[in-house]
Every structure is written in C-alpha cells, then in structure tokens.
Design a protein around this ligand. Structure first.
Ligand code: SF4
Length: 502
C-alpha cells in the first residue's frame, strides 16, 4: 500500500488509467478503453492494452496527457508553486491528496464513453465501457470521498458531463491557460464559482511549454480549425499556431524524459503557419526538419485534413523525405476525417471540408489521398460519421461505395454514430442510435469492420516499430487479433446483410 500523504497538494491534476497510459506505445490500443469489462476483463485490459504509466517516487505521473501538462504549466506560470500543484498518478492518489487538497482537476477526452465508437456498446450490449467505469471509479475513489476536494473536469470530453449527475462540481469547457488559474484562486479563496466554466482561447504564443513528458510524445503545434463542420467542437476556436521555439522546447522536454517518438498535434498539421486554405510549405518543412534535428526515433502527425493533403501533395512527399520514411522509420500515421461519401451531406454539414477543392469532388479527393498515402507509406486512420441529420439511404450507399473503393489500402476506418456535442451547431439534437439505423448503416458498419479486421494484422506489425511491449504481449495481441476475427465474424455477416448485429 502506498504511504498516505499527511497533507496533500492544494491542487491535484489527474485522470483515470484509460487516460494515463501510453498503451505500450501503440496509441491504437487505446480503443480497448471502449470495450466493456464483461467482454475484456480488467486484467487483460491492463496487461495487454492499458499498462499503467510509470509513477515517480512521490506518486507523480511521469507521463501525462498533453492537455494536463498544459494546465500544469499554466498554473506554474501564473504563480502557483510545485508545493501547490502536482500531476498525480491515478494509482498513487493517496500520496497526492490529503487534508490540504482543495481541487482535483481531471482531464478527460471521453469520460462517459459518448464519443469513441459509441455503437460498440450498443452492438455488444454487455455493459459500460472501461473508460466510463474507470472515470466513475475515480470520482468515487476513497481518498477523494474522504477529503471531498472540488472536482473540476476539463479536456475535450468535458462537455459529456453537461446535465449528468455524477458528482462533478465544475465542468470546464474550452482552454485552460486563460482562466483556470484564476478559477483555482477563487475556489481556494472560498468564492462562488459557476458549475459550468467557459475558458477563453489564448493566442498561439501563450500556449505554455510543458514541464513534463506527454503520453505518446504529443507535442502541440497549434489549435483550432477554420473548416467549421456543424458537429465538431474545434470549429468553435480560431486557428492559431505556436512559435517554432516553443514546439521544439516541448519536444526537447519529452526526449529528455526518455520519450523516443514525437507526435505533432493540431487539427490539421499541414496548416502550420498558414491561416488560409493553402499550406505554407516552407513553414511546415522548417518545423518538421527542426523536430527531426532533435533526434526522435519516429515522428508522426495526429490529424490531417484530406483537402489540405490534396492541395499540397508535394508537401506530403517532402515531409516523408525529411522524416526519413523507408530509412529511419517504416511509415507515418495520421488521423483523417472522411466522414461521408455523399457530397449532399458534405454540402449540408461540412461546406468547407473540401476547400480549396470542390465539394462535388469529395470522393475523388479521398481516393487521390489514399493513393498518395499508399505511395508514401502513410497509414490513415479515418473516421466516418453515421446518421447526420437528413442522411438518407442513398447517402449511406455513396459512403459504402467510397469505402469499397479504398479496401485495398492499409489503414483503419472507424464508423462513428453522430453524437451531438454541447455547444456545437447540432448540439441540441438527439444523437444517432441503433433504433434509427437503416439497413445501409449496418452494411456500412459491417464493411468497416471487415476492412479493419483485414488490415489489423499488418497494422500490428507496422506499429511494433513504436511499441514498448515485450514478445509475450505481442504474441498475446496476435491471439486477440485471431479471436476478434472469430468472434466478430458472426456480427459482421449479419451487418453486411443489412441486419442489426444482435
Ligand atoms: S475539418 Fe475536422 S477539425 Fe475541422 S471542423 Fe471539420 S471535423 Fe472539425
């Protein structure tokens, strides 16, 4: 049993174990967090997919989500000291929280499991996913119940808690750097603080440099997106980029703390240094070259817009060259949003998605990009949104045709049920669910499942380049892969016939 702290820190930043793991260096293993405990028992989840992040002797987390590191840095920059603030490991909360602890700040991307592949819960029908159970267990942690600090939840998934009675005192929406330190001061002074707090956006040069390593070596290069899709939250933010030196400093902090791989993060990494539709090739290349010069083992990018890739095809080739694909690393990966194959739905909900290309050319833009990704050894992890308002069977058929045409390209395609996020253009609508799914929707989910199962083995081999797992874990994951083929095949066949999976 870890020793209890006598007093604790006044402000403790933490999250549950699904957010505080490096997933053996294979970020895709993070999807296991959406599986229910009854299908994937805790011991398998923790040993094969979600091992605990390393903890320091004082109970601090040695690696933490980038968003939490930003909150930590903002608090320290605003005058709080290391004696006040701690990024705590979820298994060591007894060492961080004590009678002096007044605030526990939790960062979460999906606390109630409302975002990532939500339909899995409906398809399997076997209880809550790990991410929700572990978040609720964190709220009920005995040391939190004993000292009853104020619980503030922020991060990309904080909106999920709106209207939910789960014991959270404050929901912090938006960016932390602007207002969170002041909110902490008010709470510490015993002042009234609203239940929902909206943090303002900060300029790119005010996004602070991290004070510790981040999960997956994430280095934020900018925030915001100008494309304005009606269902997406980054649309609420203006586009900003960080000065190159601050990006490099975050990369250096990671490398100095033992991280080997760097994941450059923004909503569209190729827009770095540009506020318009066309990438600023020189700035992107200078940034990637400078990060490469620091000597990471691999570099990846978190998100790319297909329209930007299409507009700057030569840029992608040059980035591949700078990074050293084929010599220093085998491939690069990026998350992309296909969302739909229907130009009608694109026009209705994502009118700027294809710019500067034409909305009517969207399927060709997607196919051209996939061909380029294959040529340059990039692995796309794509999302689709099912059940957007006014989507008809013929729209879904167009998406099916598009996915069919991509089936030989290696990657993953995640079909996500439309979930209205609070504060977005469609935030007041009801989300899509199995009762409203058309046979075509099930066909599409089945097709994506077939595609993913087909490419999973190759992805596992390629991802091994970045993974820290030993041979036993790899062997077990291969076994899980084979099992998934067997177990999911029956669901897959039903769905491909246009029937619900169960
Ligand atoms: S392009 Fe992506 S990040 Fe930008 S608004 Fe649309 S869905 Fe959001």
């Amino acid at each position: 049993m870890p020793e209890k702290s006598a007093t604790g820190k006044r402000i403790v930043l933490t999250s549950d174990s699904t957010m505080m793991s490096s997933y053996h260096g294979g970020v895709l293993l993070g999807f296991a967090a959406i599986m229910p405990k009854s299908v994937m028992p805790d011991w398998i989840f923790r040993s094969l997919f979600c091992p605990s992040a390393p903890a320091g002797a004082d109970g601090s987390a040695e690696i933490a989500p980038c968003g939490m590191r930003k909150v930590e840095a903002a608090l320290l920059e605003s005058g709080f000291s290391r004696d006040d603030v701690m990024v705590a490991h979820p298994d060591s909360l007894d060492r961080a929280i004590g009678k002096e602890t007044k605030i526990v700040g939790i960062t979460h991307d999906d606390p109630l499991g409302k975002i990532a592949v939500r339909e899995l819960e409906e398809i399997i029908g076997r209880g809550p996913p790990h991410n929700r159970s572990k978040f609720l267990a964190l709220l009920g942690h005995p040391i939190i119940q004993e000292h009853r600090p104020r619980i503030v939840v922020g991060g990309n998934g904080a909106w999920e808690l709106m209207g939910e009675d789960v014991g959270v005192d404050h929901i912090y929406l938006g960016e932390a750097e602007s207002d969170f330190p002041e909110v902490c001061r008010q709470i510490l002074a015993g002042e009234e603080v609203p239940h929902v707090i909206r943090g303002r956006a900060v300029p790119g040069d005010r996004i602070p440099v991290n004070r510790g390593a981040t999960i997956a070596g994430i280095v934020e290069i900018g925030r915001g997106c100008w494309r304005g899709c009606s269902f997406c939250s980054p649309t609420l933010r203006t586009i900003r980029h960080r000065p190159l030196e601050n990006i490099l400093e975050d990369a250096r902090v990671n490398l100095a703390e033992g991280q080997k791989d760097i994941l450059l993060h923004s909503e569209d990494v190729f827009t770095y240094g540009s506020s318009g539709m066309r990438p600023n090739e020189e700035k992107v290349l200078r940034m990637v070259s400078a990060v490469k010069g620091l000597g990471p083992r691999t570099i990846d990018v978190s998100h790319l817009s297909l329209a930007t890739v299409h507009e700057g095809q030569d840029l992608l080739r040059r980035v591949s060259e700078v990074v050293g694909i084929g010599s220093d690393q085998e491939y690069m990966s990026a998350w992309i949003g296909i969302e739909t194959g229907s130009c009608r739905i694109l026009e209705m909900h994502m009118p700027r998605k294809a710019l500067p290309g034409k909305t009517g050319n969207w399927p060709e833009i997607v196919r051209d990009c996939y061909s380029l990704f294959a040529e340059e050894s990039w692995l796309p992890v794509a999302s689709l949104v099912l059940g957007l308002p006014a989507e008809k069977a013929e729209d879904v058929m167009k998406t099916i045709d598009l996915v069919e045409s991509l089936k030989d390209y290696t990657g993953l395609i995640l079909p996500l049920f439309f979930t209205p996020m609070a504060g977005t253009g469609l935030g007041d609508l009801k989300g899509f669910d199995r009762d409203r799914a058309l046979p075509e929707h099930w066909q599409l989910v089945g097709l994506c499942l077939e595609y993913n199962l087909r490419h999973l083995k190759k992805l596992h081999r390629l991802y091994s380049e970045r993974m820290t797992a030993g041979p036993l874990v790899h062997a077990a994951l291969t076994g899980v892969n084979l099992m998934a083929d067997l177990v999911l095949n029956k669901y897959l066949k039903r769905m491909k016939r246009g029937e619900p999976p169960n």
